[in-house]
Design a protein around this ligand. Structure first.
Ligand code: CP3
Length: 343
C-alpha cells in the first residue's frame, strides 16, 4: 500500500533510519542494460515516447539495486516539445531546439499537449502496476525557469546568459512564457499523479544563476503556482523541489513555494541542510563525483550525510544526476553502506 512506501513517508516528514534512497538519473548510461535498450530504441526520444522501452529502463536500476523509488523515465524537455517546439538529442551535445523568439510565445499551442504526452501517462500506469508495492513511483517535470533556459538558448549553456538577457529585455514576453509553462507543467503533473505517481519532483537545475529578485519571480513564484495547482487536486501527494545551486536562497524556498521536501545539491553545507530539516524533509546531497572516485571519498561522503542528517527526515540521494563514468560497483557499495548503516 502507498502508506508503506518509505520515500513517501519521509517526504511527509517522518524520520526513518537507515534512510530510503534513490539516485537522480538512476536510469542512464552508466548502466550497460540502459545502453543496450537505448541502442535498440534508436534515439533518446524514442526511449522517452515508447512505453515498452521507457518502462524497461525505469525498472532496470530497481531490479539491480532495489532502490526505494523509481523515477519515470522521460526528460523535462518533453513539455516544450508537446507545446509544439522542435527537440532533438544529439550525441555528445545534449538537447537541441530552435531558439524561441519573443514573438513566438503567443504561438505556443497546448491543443495537442496531453495527446502528445499520452505515452508518458501510459508509462506511468504500467510502472505502477509492475513495481514492487513498497517502491515509490516518482513523476517529475522541469521548473518553468529551467525549461525556459533551453527554449531560449536552444541548447545548454554554462550560465544561461541568453535566457537572463531575454528576461531583462523582453519582460512581458518572458512573464507570459513562465506563466504558460507553469500552467501546463501543473496539468502535466496532475495527469502523472492520476496515472499512478506517488510523489512528484520539480527540477529547477538552473536556479543557481539568478539574482535574488529574479530567483523570487522566475524560480520560486512559478513553482509555488505549480504546487498550489497540484494541491488543489491532490492535497496528500508530496512535492519535492530541487532548486539546484540556490545557495543561501534555499533557506526560504520551502516556505515560499509550499513544496514538502527540498532537494539539495552537493554544495549545500550539511549545517544548512540540518536547519532546513527542521521544517521538513530534505533529499540529497552526495557529490556525484564521489561515486565516480569510490573508495574513501565515497565512504566518507556517505558517512557524513548519514551522521549529520540521519536523525531527521532524509531521502538519501546524490546532489545531482549520476554521471556515465560512475562504476556500477561503486553504486553497489553506496547502497550497501546506506542500507547497513546503524546509529
Ligand atoms: O532521473 C532519471 O533517471 C529520470 C530521467 C531523467 C532524464 N532527464 C533522463 C535523461 C530526468 C529526471 C531528466 C531531467 C532533466 N533533463 C533535467 C533536470 C535534471 C538535471 O539533470 O539537471 C535537465 C536539465 C534535462 C535536459 C537534458 N536531458 C540534458 C541537459 C541532457 C544531456 C545531458 C546528458 O547527460 O547527456 C539530457 C539527456 C538525458 N536525459 C539523458 C538521460 C538518461 C542522457 C541521454 C542519453 O541516453 O544519451
Amino acid at each position: 500500500m502507498a502508506k508503506d512506501r518509505r520515500v513517501v513517508r519521509v517526504l511527509k516528514g517522518e524520520s526513518l533510519f537507515p534512510p530510503p534512497l534513490w539516485m537522480m538519473r538512476q536510469a542512464g548510461r552508466y548502466l550497460p542494460e540502459y545502453r543496450a535498450t537505448r541502442e535498440r530504441a534508436g534515439g533518446f526520444l524514442d526511449l522517452c515516447y515508447n512505453p515498452d522501452f521507457a518502462v524497461e529502463v525505469t525498472l532496470q536500476p530497481i531490479r539491480r539495486f532495489g532502490f526505494d523509488a523509481a523515477i519515470l523515465f522521460s526528460d523535462i524537455l518533453v513539455v516544450p516539445h508537446a507545446l509544439g517546439r522542435d527537440l532533438a538529442f544529439e550525441e555528445g551535445r545534449g538537447p537541441v531546439m530552435t531558439p524561441i523568439g519573443p514573438d513566438e510565445i503567443g504561438q505556443l499551442s497546448g491543443e495537442k499537449f496531453h495527446v502528445n504526452l499520452s505515452p508518458v501517462y501510459e508509462t506511468v500506469r504500467r510502472l505502477r502496476a509492475e513495481l514492487p508495492a513498497g517502491t515509490t513511483l516518482l513523476g517529475f517535470c522541469g521548473a518553468p525557469w529551467t525549461l525556459a533556459t533551453y527554449m531560449i538558448a536552444g541548447h545548454g549553456t554554462p550560465d544561461q546568459a541568453p535566457a537572463r538577457l531575454f528576461a531583462y529585455r523582453e519582460p512581458e514576453a518572458f512573464a507570459k512564457l513562465i506563466d504558460l509553462l507553469a500552467d501546463y507543467s501543473a496539468e502535466y503533473l496532475v495527469r502523472q499523479i492520476e496515472a499512478g505517481a506517488d510523489a512528484v519532483q520539480i527540477f529547477d537545475s538552473w536556479a543557481g544563476v539568478l539574482d535574488e529578485d529574479c530567483f523570487a519571480r522566475f524560480c520560486a513564484a512559478p513553482v509555488a503556482r505549480i504546487v498550489a495547482r497540484v494541491r488543489e487536486r491532490f492535497p496528500d501527494v508530496p512535492v519535492i523541489g530541487f532548486p539546484r545551486g540556490a545557495g543561501s536562497l534555499y533557506d526560504g524556498y520551502r516556505a515560499t513555494t509550499g513544496v514538502d521536501a527540498v532537494g539539495l545539491d552537493w554544495s549545500v553545507p550539511l549545517s544548512q541542510a540540518r536547519r532546513l530539516q527542521r521544517d521538513g524533509a530534505v533529499q540529497g546531497n552526495l557529490d556525484p563525483l564521489r561515486l565516480v572516485a569510490g573508495g574513501a571519498a565515497l565512504e566518507e561522503g556517505v558517512d557524513r550525510i548519514l551522521a549529520e542528517l540521519g536523525d531527521g527526515p532524509l531521502v538519501f540521494n546524490l546532489g545531482h544526476g549520476i554521471t556515465p563514468e560512475a562504476p556500477v560497483a561503486h553504486v553497489e557499495a553506496m547502497v550497501r553502506q546506506v542500507r547497513e548503516a546503524r546509529r
